[in-house]
Design a protein around this ligand. Sequence first.
Ligand SMILES: CCCCCCCCCCCCCCCCCC(=O)SCCNC(=O)CCNC(=O)[C@H](O)C(C)(C)COP(=O)(O)OP(=O)(O)OC[C@H]1O[C@@H](n2cnc3c(N)ncnc32)[C@H](O)[C@@H]1OP(=O)(O)O
Ligand SMILES: Cc1cc2nc3c(=O)[nH]c(=O)nc-3n(C[C@H](O)[C@H](O)[C@H](O)COP(=O)(O)OP(=O)(O)OC[C@H]3O[C@@H](n4cnc5c(N)ncnc54)[C@H](O)[C@@H]3O)c2cc1C
Length: 673
Amino acid sequence: MSQNKTIMEVNQELVKERAKCNFNVLEVTHILDGGEKNTLHRKKIESIALDEGAYKDPIPEEYLSPKEKYENAVRKSCLFCKIVKNALTEFTGLEHFSNFFVLRRTADAFFKEISPFLLHLGMFLPTILGQCTTEQQAYWLPRVLDIQIIGTYAQTELGHGTFIRGLETTATYDPETEEFVLHSPTLTSYKWWAGGLGKTVNYCIVVAQLYTKGVCHGTHLFIVQIRDEETHMPLPGIKVGEIGAKMGFNTADNGYLAFDHYRIPRQNMMMKNAQVLKDGTYVKPDSHGKLTYGTMVLVRVILVNEVAFNLAKACTIATRYSAVRRQSQPKPNEPEPQILDYTTQQHKLFICIATAHALQLASAWLWKTFNAVMSDMKKGNTDSLPELHALSSCLKALSTSDVTSLIEQCRYSCGGHGYMLCSGLPNIYSFVTATRTYEGDYTILLLQTARFLVKAYEQAEAGTPVTPTVLYLIEFVSGKRTPWDGSPEGIIKSFQEIAAGNISSCVKSIRNRMSSGLSFEDAWELTTIQLVGAAEAHCRAVISDTYKKEIARITASSSTNVKIVMEQLVNLYLHYWALNRTGDLLRYSSISGEDVANLQMKYEELLTLIRPNAVGLVDAFDLRDEILHSALGSYDGQVYKRLFAEALKSPLNQEPVNETFHKYLKPTMQGKL
Ligand SMILES: CCCCCCCCCCCCCCCCCC(=O)SCCNC(=O)CCNC(=O)[C@H](O)C(C)(C)COP(=O)(O)OP(=O)(O)OC[C@H]1O[C@@H](n2cnc3c(N)ncnc32)[C@H](O)[C@@H]1OP(=O)(O)O
Ligand SMILES: Cc1cc2nc3c(=O)[nH]c(=O)nc-3n(C[C@H](O)[C@H](O)[C@H](O)COP(=O)(O)OP(=O)(O)OC[C@H]3O[C@@H](n4cnc5c(N)ncnc54)[C@H](O)[C@@H]3O)c2cc1C
């Protein structure tokens, strides 16, 4: 089980909680890791990276200046890469990308915020794998994997992030020299945001409008060297720097970049899909037109896993703390209860545990779907890409949005101490809230899914086949409804009816608006609030259905008590969201007011049933203390000792009297200022 930074005796409250737990914690850890073999592999990497204590900071990161923080993060990124190099070189292709989940998780011990290398491994490398020809990969991959060069992904510009087709950077082909000329014609065309761009990287992938023979062919990807490999000076024609202080990500040197007629060889265009021949002839991709967006789809898939992991961290902290913390006296002459015994506290926390499981399993399922679609695409079949795009878009949007709210809920559940940086929660929050925006903003991605859903609805109406995740539309358009019975399966059915009902209302609104004379675009725009709601409802149905099915499949051979507690969490998730959507249920299913009251009773019963296993459930995430960075969430539960030890590290506590006393306070108090 987790090892402590400083060995302290385990708090008796947690000892008792662990004794109460009635299931095999390790068995659940194996489920969450995807099998015992994966748990052993993860632990091995964690042990290689962490046992020697290389992650430790001489001065806590939060007390460093912005420049020192960055420098410390670079130092530790290099150290981390050196330590895990073997694990890294074993990695040879996208199918082994799950290794990166383990590395990513372990890296959290080194960085309270984020590594400036995140984009090198998180986007530069995958884009080379996904967008380069075999020959290009043979040239770039060894240098990238061996960290001989460091790169990032520069797509967003000062003027455009969402609307990729609106990007202004140009790449104009010059057949005379067989080069592309990169140029930033306006201030709004400056690349903006790329992680690591400010100071760290010497290469980047640049997304630019491709011009050849006087024709614009839309956005394409190019590998661009921006700094000298020896001196690290920006190359002539390159303007590059850091964008400044942010809400989080302050160790990631997000940067800006502009080009002044900057030349790169023709071979630096990523040519797996479209190509430009030596004479400037443009060769179109022979399959799907949006293949250059491939890295974004991959990273959206990864982000579902990423936020599930961060939620596991937050609820481990908040649940352990809630078992240790005692407050108030509801019954006279009795001890103050552990705050975990309050039903409202259980309501705040248990949904976090269930959501971390739901998203972990949904992400594993999405990962399999992604790989299946990629292998179809290798054979030239892109038929399943629209469904993958729709799924990855809504799952990324909903998971990042849910987790952002739930992490804040974890902070609320820790009272004042949750507001301390040393609780770990503020850093987790500031990291996760950015995931709702980057790699496609929440609203934008749900509207992409809505496009797919509206089309699927029209197909269902026309009697043409639909893809697996929207089969429920066929029953809906045929008028078939399932009476409400309150069972878990029944709740999922009703979520599908809510989704179908919402999509149907959107289609009706769009049609009505068009028949009153509006264009399709205007009718669509006026319906977008409903469309976002429909995509969200669809995604909730997908997550719920996947969660229930995957848990049943994975726990088929588990011990009885593991099965029971896993099932309780699934039911909790379903009841929580059903109660959250009673308006929709009353509108689109046959639920009655009395059924809603029963649902509430059942939900409260589930909280009581889960309560004795709460600490065991978060222990099962098996997060080492080094990864949690939390005075409130350590395995030993020595909350007060750790809070006090952290307070003593404050620079203000290193001297009994601060110089401001003599400079300002004393003169003010003596009326001399
Ligand atoms: C030491 C540490 C260890 C570390 C270990 C590593 C661990 C990894 C961790 C990962 C962390 C990564 C950190 C990332 C940081 C942030 C990076 C960024 O934000 S980067 C910047 C991210 N930026 C963003 O995400 C920008 C968001 N914006 C966009 O993606 C697009 O502009 C758009 C999709 C909104 C519209 O595009 P537009 O071209 O205007 O398209 P239309 O709307 O006109 O639709 C036309 C048709 O195309 C279809 N289609 C569309 N997309 C796709 C697709 N992907 N596919 C398939 N199809 C697609 C669509 O359905 C439609 O079909 P139909 O209906 O006609 O049949
Ligand atoms: C921490 C962080 C790291 C990042 N890292 C990178 C990186 O490494 N590389 C990179 O290229 N980019 C990066 N980005 C940029 C990121 O991808 C964009 O910020 C993101 O895609 C959103 O685009 P935007 O900022 O242009 O927002 P905008 O599109 O301007 O969105 C602003 C608001 O307008 C709304 N809106 C916009 N268009 C529509 C529409 N059609 N319909 C309805 N509403 C609309 C949005 O929903 C949102 O509420 C990063 C961003 C952050 C915060």
